[in-house]
Design a protein. Structure first.
Length: 116
């Protein structure tokens, strides 16, 4: 099983980034997918999640700014991040969880830095 994130980088405050996470080795459509982030000195926190049926959930800090989506045909989950702030700086991780089997997988993370 592999989850490979991409799309991170350096962006100025107010800018946008789109993260992608491509999965292999799982029946993608059966998994709840999530984006988490971890800033230095902080615990890893949930940013957004999307169920197999397409229901979404967001951290209060990103509601209306970030959008999670999935493309089951491409085995890929996305996180569109708009109006980024320095506080959004973190390593962003992709997560796939099968709530029936309990299997859970993580990507290696992608760095997002918001700075002028």
């Amino acid at each position: 099983v592999q989850l490979v994130e991409s799309g991170g980088g350096l962006v100025q405050p107010g800018g946008s980034l789109r993260l992608s996470c491509a999965a292999s080795g799982i029946i993608f459509s059966m998994y709840k997918l999530g984006w988490y982030r971890q800033a230095p000195g902080n615990q890893r926190e949930l940013v957004a999640s999307i169920t197999p049926g397409g229901s979404t959930n967001y951290a209060d800090s990103v509601k209306g700014l970030f959008t999670i989506s999935r493309d089951n045909a491409k085995n890929t989950v996305y996180l569109q991040m708009n109006i980024l702030k320095p506080m959004d700086t973190a390593v962003y991780y992709c997560n796939a969880a099968n709530l029936r089997s309990g299997n859970e997988y993580w990507g290696q993370g992608t760095q997002v830095t918001v700075s002028s």
